[in-house]
Design a protein around this ligand. Structure first.
Ligand code: HEC
Ligand code: HEC
Length: 188
């Protein structure tokens, strides 16, 4: 252990609130979410630059079994609430970098129409509405978003956000891919 680390550990033990060494903790997310939360795998979401409140809420919902996930529920179980808040602050402070994906024109216009009618009020026309409780969707991975939409729609999955559940049930299943492709194709 380096001297600085020893001092930091001693300080933690003595201090009222344990300081969190955020850099190494955040690096454990890179394998799946990419450097600075810009994902390179199409079924893994980018998380850098999402609102802090959103990031910390979803991680706590997983921790306390209030939200379904394939992977994340197990990952957050070992984290304290303070570590979750620190991770949320860390990733919220990165820049959102849309990865605009190519889509055929027909799918794009179908998606655009469905988004305008069903989603734009909350997410904005291109998915970049900066509401604190709503994640950005512009340039998020379309494959990932389509998987999430299935979860919101399927009553077997516990997805606590009532308004999103309702919005998705109003959408025809044939529109899941076009709306995901449309948001995925946006660059701002
Ligand atoms: C083994 C791969 C893996 C690792 C490591 C990982 N994640 Fe995830 N993460 C996922 C997957 C997959 C999802 C999609 C939800 C699910 O099915 O679990 C996800 C979703 C998320 C989301 C939701 C994003 C959104 O747009 O709603 C957040 C927030 C998140 N992860 C944070 C983290 C943080 C912070 C770490 C590091 C402590 C981390 N993840 C480590 C695989 C991983
Ligand atoms: C009433 C407001 C509202 C409407 C309408 C709405 N959303 Fe959402 N959406 C949200 C909120 C809030 C969240 C975060 C929900 C949560 O925490 O579970 C969300 C989450 C999502 C996610 C998950 C993103 C991620 O990073 O994991 C996707 C994908 C999504 N919405 C797509 C859509 C699509 C497509 C439509 C239109 C069919 C739509 N939404 C309509 C408010 C809305």
């Amino acid at each position: 252990m380096r001297k600085g680390t020893v001092a930091a550990v001693l300080f933690c033990l003595a201090g009222p609130a344990a300081a969190i060494d955020i850099e190494p903790l955040a690096r454990t997310c890179n394998n799946c979410h990419g450097v600075d939360g810009v994902s390179v795998g199409t079924t893994m979401p980018s998380i850098g630059g999402l609102p802090k409140d959103y990031l910390s809420r979803v991680m706590k919902e997983w921790k306390y079994d209030k939200r379904a996930a394939a992977t994340m529920n197990r990952i957050v179980k070992g984290l304290s609430d303070d570590e979750i808040d620190a991770l949320a602050a860390h990733f919220a402070a990165r820049r959102w970098r849309p990865v605009a994906q190519k889509v055929a024109a027909a799918g794009l216009s179908k998606g655009r129409a469905a988004v305008r009618d069903n989603c734009a009020d909350c997410h904005g026309a291109t998915g970049n509405d900066p509401d604190i409780g709503t994640p950005r969707l512009d340039g998020q991975w379309a494959d990932y978003m389509a998987l999430e939409l299935e979860k919101y729609r399927d009553p077997e999955f516990v997805m606590p956000h009532r308004k999103m559940n309702k919005a998705i049930r109003q959408l025809e299943a044939g529109d899941f891919r076009p709306v995901s492709d449309y948001f995925g194709a946006q660059h701002k």
